[in-house]
Each structure stands twice: as structure tokens, then as C-alpha cells.
Design a binder for this molecule. Structure first.
Ligand code: SF4
Length: 410
């Protein structure tokens, strides 16, 4: 079930080499700290599990950073402790983000054996020149090899990440990447528009004129092309940046909700863990720089590997869901929760914000509360009702101008 348990997110802030466009919290060249970090993570699992009296968990996600730098035996140890400290659902989705440049057949086989059942590969592009510009450590043939190895080791749920709107990238170049990636037939695709983050090497290169600035219009054309091609290839566009293959579809009990126009509300290979974020359901964040939202609190752990290890070593106990590594936390008021539920839910491009589910959760109709915002977005052609006004969702135009709609609810 997505609703009466927690998603567990583990942040693994270690990378072999920093990519030129990335501003996520991660470190480079500190891999010797990984064994100690993993032992500390297990300490946090035990502590939070005990404080929450062995809570139920429905999904596990190891993100980063580069979780595929972790020795598979350490993942097996972590999973063993997760099962002891939490009541992990037998059909829990257990995802690992992997950099294609760090995995081979044997390693993937051991991850599978350790319980990982969903792999998310950071492919980013099928063009080696673009990969070099992004300062990725892999080539596209390396990514293809990693994908085939994943399939051969028994991963039946593989997602690929791509980035578009790169400096100098044209729509035909993007189309070639899409074609090559679609020929692999992954179960899930995440497509992100590049944002030039201040302070990154890529942003500096563009500012100094060493690379052309990405064009917003071209990125919008690439997004629309992806929408077309992925629909043709049988993927459902279930979230602004995410597409998934169907199978039999998720069952009603899994999603605790309704169907849209006779189809299951989410495609079978939608990422269960990330659906929790968009449905504004509770998740626990563990590890340095991890964020969580549970027991009516939003919180974040310290943004330093060394300080994380040090703080967790104090043995100080905190009330669930916090740990000694938590440095920021605030109560989430009802008004904030309502607004988040609206704008996060609007990211769900097919399903939108379910009116009945909202009514059950908050005891009111969202149209009563947000009549002005909804009417102006309907008039502007940015949102639409599904069926008999059962859910509100973005229109195709609204997907391109999502931030304009989200701002109304923030
Ligand atoms: S591997 Fe991922 S987290 Fe690490 S620097 Fe590259 S993009 Fe950032």
C-alpha cells in the first residue's frame, strides 16, 4: 500500500568524479569513507526503526550521488537491517540508482541478490560528445552494456534517465538519443531539461562563451517530441518528467484510488517510491543530506559526510522521525500540507489531483478552497477536469508552463 506506510530514502553522497552540470549534494574522492558511512547508515536505520516501533515500509530508494559505488555486500547488510527495523512489505519496490560507468554483470547480479528489484541507470545521452560535455564517466556503449547486463541478471524493472536541452543540442540530435534509448525498451524513462546551476563548470563555460547557451524554445520542442515518440512506443506519461510502460496496470489496492477513463490510475512500471512524493505521502530520509517528511514534520540531515558520521556517533536519541543527524526540522501545518498536495499532485499528468481522495484526506472540496486559482487556470487552458470533474490535471500546454500553475498553490 502507498498510504499507510513509509517510503525509505537513503542518500549516498559519493561520486567517482563530479559531473560538470551537477549541483546535488555529493562528494568526490571520499570513497574511503564509504564503509564507515554504511555502518553509520545502519545505525540510523536501527535508531529510527526503534523510535517508530518498527514502522511499516512500502518502498526503499537508494539515491545519490552514486549508490552503485557501494559494495553489494554492504547493500545486503543494509537491507537485512532494514527488514529487522521496519516491517517491509513483501512486494516493496527497492530501487538503486546506478552510474553505468561503475557496474558490470557480477556487481549487478550481487545487487539483485541483495534484494534490489528496480534499477535506475543514469544514461543521460546516447551521444558520446554530449556525455563528454556533461563530464560523465561512461560512454553510450557502456550504458547499453550495463542495461543488457541488468536484464541478464534478472532486473525486470529498469529505468533510464536522460537530459535534454544541452548546449549545442538540436532536435534531430535529441531524436537520435531517444531512438537509440527506445530500442533498448526500458520499463521506465525519466527525462529532465538541463538547468544551468550557478557555480557549476558547465554554467561557467556557457557564461564565458565556451559553449552556446541552451535555448528554451528548443528544449520545449524536444519535450513535445519526446511526448509524441514515447506515446507511440507505448509509454504512459504519468508525471511531468516521467514515462512508464504499462503491464496489467497497478491494482486498486496498490494505489488506493480510482481509475481515469477506465485505465489504471498509474502505469504498472511507475516508480512507486516517487509516487509517494507526488501524492504527498510520508517518507523517511536517512543519510547525509537526506530530506524526509513524516509525522507532520519536514526535516533534513546535515550536509556533510564527516559531520553525519560524527553526529550519529553521539548516540543521542531523538523523537521519531528525527535522528542525531537532523539539523533542520519544522512542523508542517495543515495549510502547507493542503497546498503541497495540490501542486505536487498536479505534476501527475494523467491522474491529476483526485477530488475524492483529497476530500477524504482533508474533509473539504478543493474547488471550494481554490476556486479563483482553478478558474483562472481553466480559462487560461492550463488545467482541465477529467471525467465528471473527478480530478484536476494539467493540459498539454499546462505541462510546458507547469511552474505558472504551481505558483498559484505554493
Ligand atoms: S554522478 Fe550524479 S550525483 Fe554524481 S556528480 Fe554526476 S550527476 Fe551529480
Amino acid at each position: 500500500m502507498l498510504t499507510d506506510d513509509f517510503g525509505l530514502y537513503f542518500h549516498i553522497p559519493f561520486c567517482q568524479r563530479r559531473c560538470g552540470y551537477c549541483d546535488f549534494f555529493s562528494t568526490e574522492g571520499k570513497q574511503k569513507l564509504l564503509p564507515d558511512y554504511m555502518r553509520t547508515l545502519i545505525r540510523e536505520v536501527k535508531m529510527i526503526g526503534a523510535a517508530g516501533e518498527r514502522p511499516r515500509a512500502g518502498s526503499v530508494f537508494l539515491g545519490g550521488g552514486t549508490p552503485s559505488l557501494i559494495d553489494p555486500r554492504q547493500i545486503a547488510n543494509l537491507m537485512q537491517e532494514v527488514r529487522r527495523a521496519f516491517r517491509l512489505s513483501p512486494d516493496a519496490e527497492i530501487s538503486l540508482e546506478a552510474n553505468p560507468g561503475t557496474v558490470d554483470f557480477d556487481r549487478l547480479a550481487l545487487y539483485r541478490k541483495a534484494g534490489i528489484n528496480r534499477l535506475s541507470l543514469g544514461v543521460q545521452s546516447a551521444d558520446d560528445c554530449e556525455l563528454r560535455m556533461l563530464e560523465r564517466i561512461h560512454t553510450f556503449s557502456g550504458a547499453e552494456r550495463a542495461f543488457h547486463d541488468a536484464r541478464r541478471t534478472g532486473f525486470t524493472n529498469v529505468s533510464l534517465d536522460l537530459i535534454y536541452g544541452l548546449p549545442g543540442q538540436t532536435v534531430p540530435m535529441w531524436e537520435r538519443t531517444l531512438d537509440r534509448v527506445l530500442s533498448l525498451s526500458p520499463n521506465h524513462l525519466s527525462l529532465y531539461a538541463l538547468t544551468l546551476e550557478r557555480g557549476t563548470r558547465l554554467a561557467r563555460a556557457v557564461r564565458r562563451g565556451g559553449l552556446p547557451a541552451p535555448e528554451e524554445d528548443a528544449a520545449a520542442d524536444m519535450y513535445e517530441l519526446a511526448e509524441e515518440k514515447l506515446a507511440e512506443a507505448g509509454y504512459r506519461h504519468y508525471e511531468i518528467s516521467n514515462w512508464a510502460k504499462d503491464g496489467d496496470g497497478k491494482t486498486e489496492s496498490e494505489i488506493n484510488g480510482s481509475t481515469v477513463a477506465g485505465i489504471s490510475r498509474f502505469p504498472k512500471f511507475a516508480c512507486n517510491h516517487n509516487l509517494r512524493y507526488w501524492l504527498n505521502l510520508p517518507y523517511l530520509g536517512l543519510g547525509a543530506g537526506a530530506h524526509g517528511c513524516a509525522a507532520n514534520r519536514r526535516y533534513a540531515n546535515v550536509y556533510s559526510v564527516e559531520k553525519y558520521i560524527e553526529r550519529m556517533g553521539t548516540g543521542r536519541t531523538r523523537r521519531f522521525p528525527l535522528s542525531p543527524a537532523t539539523t533542520r526540522s519544522h512542523i508542517r501545518a495543515r495549510e502547507g500540507e493542503i497546498r503541497e498536495t495540490m501542486w505536487l499532485g498536479l505534476r501527475l499528468t494523467e491522474a491529476g489531483v483526485d477530488r475524492e481522495e483529497y476530500r477524504r484526506r482533508f474533509g473539504e472540496d478543493y474547488y471550494d478552497r481554490f476556486k479563483k486559482e482553478i478558474d483562472s487556470s481553466l480559462t487560461g487552458g492550463l488545467v482541465e477536469w477529467t471525467g465528471e470533474q473527478e480530478a484536476l490535471r494539467l493540459t498539454p500546454r499546462g505541462r510546458l508552463l507547469g511552474n505558472r500553475v504551481f505558483q498559484l498553490f505554493v
